[in-house]
Design a protein around this ligand. Structure first.
Ligand SMILES: *Cc1c(COP(=O)(O)O)cnc(C)c1O
Length: 459
């Protein structure tokens, strides 16, 4: 089938050489890394799809901004540029810079959450939930049911189920809900978007209850792209105007600049609320630094300010999401089981369906990621039973419904040709999937085991 070709809306000015290793080398590296892709050296990875966080390629304008960065301790020109960029592009009144997204989550959670509070959200995110729980809060998932089904074709699988939210308010009372936490897009659901209509409904309902709405805006531009593409009435609107409308249905956001904002480090808390802003300025000094740099160098703020203007370019974002889909559809068209619809930042292989002959105790996603690396030097990440960890009460493995391998596409880094290599390797493995064996865990750390656990192949 002929597809319309959308080429990269940039040309390449500097290159970073990568090295293809031999298969015997990769077999050795994978064994030395205990069959855990987190323990590989990046120099030994030909195509690194571990994450899209902080791995974006900056533009020549951003690199020039590094040299132009104003390193003054207070009142830096680069801080003023960042503040202006956030106000203009996102539309919030106040900005507090932080070293990355979790720095902003720490501020928001510490200021607003008290023991006994409940925080509704459209599926959890690891660091977000960790900060909510650290402050005595309980996360409650209010995403629509379709989000938990890898094959459901819902166009806005990240939507909040307003009935679930209403039920929670009825059960615990609005006074015990410091804010509604809405992620746009939803990372752990596979980069799935939230519709404008849903954002509007959630805001309307929460406003009536006196509950502020705070976004996790990490991939909000990717979300805006899906609205432009799929929601009636938005096809002719610019990404910049859609993003602003999305943000208008919130009271503020936490942000990891390492995703949408096209930088290697940085983040911020933004809000229209005077009291939250004042408290955040008081607290940021303790954890990050002055409210005019928040743990960032002037050059980092300059690069992020410039990245914020670049990220809302319609051609850029259409290509970014299109490239993820380019890989995803090659796999789906060949019958490879993957989460659908393809999301905004990654393709998620369904390892359970890929390797039906392996039980979840044989770590199918972990094993598939290891085979992929050995086959072609492509580094992916497990998101399944290893990542889910053990139930603290029983000590048994948690058995998540989704057993996935995540192929995450860094922004502006790889060409479609690289993705052809990835697709070819996955398809090759799919053809000989019967020969793929499972693993057994031989070292297990007590917490966040997926980072450092070690495995051996089963006979
Ligand atoms: C990465 C991420 C964060 C945390 O941001 P860091 O910059 O890594 O601290 C929060 N939420 C989502 C959805 C993310 O993807």
């Amino acid at each position: 089938m002929q597809r319309r070709v959308v080429a990269e809306p940039y040309k390449i000015k500097a290159v970073e050489p990568i090295r293809m290793t031999s298969r015997p080398e990769r077999e050795q590296f994978m064994a030395e890394a205990g069959y855990n892709t987190f323990l590989l050296r990046s120099a030994d990875c030909y195509i690194d799809l571990l994450t899209d966080s902080g791995t974006s390629a900056m533009s020549d304008h951003q690199w020039a901004g590094l040299m132009w960065g104003d390193e003054a301790y207070a009142g830096s020109r680069s801080w003023l540029n960042l503040e202006r960029a956030v106000r203009e592009v996102y539309g919030y009144k106040h900005v507090v810079p932080t070293h990355q997204g979790r720095g902003a989550e720490n501020l928001l959670s510490t200021i607003t959450i008290r023991p006994g509070h409940y925080i509704p959200g459209n599926m959890y995110f690891t660091t977000t939930r960790a900060h909510q729980e650290r402050n005595g809060g309980t996360f409650v998932d209010v995403i629509i049911d379709e989000a938990h089904d890898a094959q459901h074709p819902h166009p806005f699988k990240g939507n909040v189920d307003v009935d679930k939210l209403r039920a929670l308010v009825g059960r615990v009372g609005a006074a015990n809900i410091p804010y509604m936490s809405t992620a746009v897009t939803v990372n752990l659901a596979g980069g799935q978007p939230v519709s404008m209509q849903n954002l509007r409904e959630v805001k309307e309902y929460c406003a009536g209850q006196g509950i502020p709405v705070m976004y996790d805006a990490t991939r909000a531009v990717e979300n805006a792209f899906f609205i432009q593409e799929r929601e009636p009435g938005y096809a002719a609107k610019s990404i910049a105007s859609i993003l602003k409308e999305m943000m208008s249905y919130s009271d503020g956001c936490t942000m990891s600049g390492k995703k949408d904002c096209l930088v290697n480090i940085g983040g911020f808390l933004a809000t229209n609320d005077e009291e939250l802003y004042t408290k955040a300025c008081e607290l940021v000094v303790v954890f990050e630094g002055m409210p005019s740099y928040g743990g960032l160098a002037g050059r980092d703020m300059e690069a992020m300010a410039r990245g914020i203007y670049e990220m809302v370019d319609d051609d850029y974002i259409a290509h970014r999401v299109g490239q993820v889909r380019y890989l995803g559809h090659q796999l789906l068209d060949a019958g490879v089981p993957a989460v659908r619809p393809i999301g905004g930042h990654a393709v998620f292989l369904d390892a359970r369906a890929f390797l039906p002959h392996l039980s979840q105790d044989e770590f199918p996603a972990q094993s598939l990621a290891a085979y992929l690396y050995v086959d072609s030097g492509v580094r992916a990440m497990e998101r399944g039973i290893v990542s889910a960890g053990r139930d603290p009460a029983t000590g048994h493995h948690r058995y998540p419904k989704l057993e996935l391998v995540r192929l995450t596409i860094p922004r502006r880094v790889y060409t479609d040709r690289h993705l052809d290599v990835v697709a070819g390797s996955v398809l090759g493995l799919f053809e000989k999937r019967d020969t793929i064996r499972g693993l057994r865990m031989v070292y297990e750390p007590p917490t966040l085991r997926f980072f450092t656990a070690r495995f051996q192949p089963l006979p």
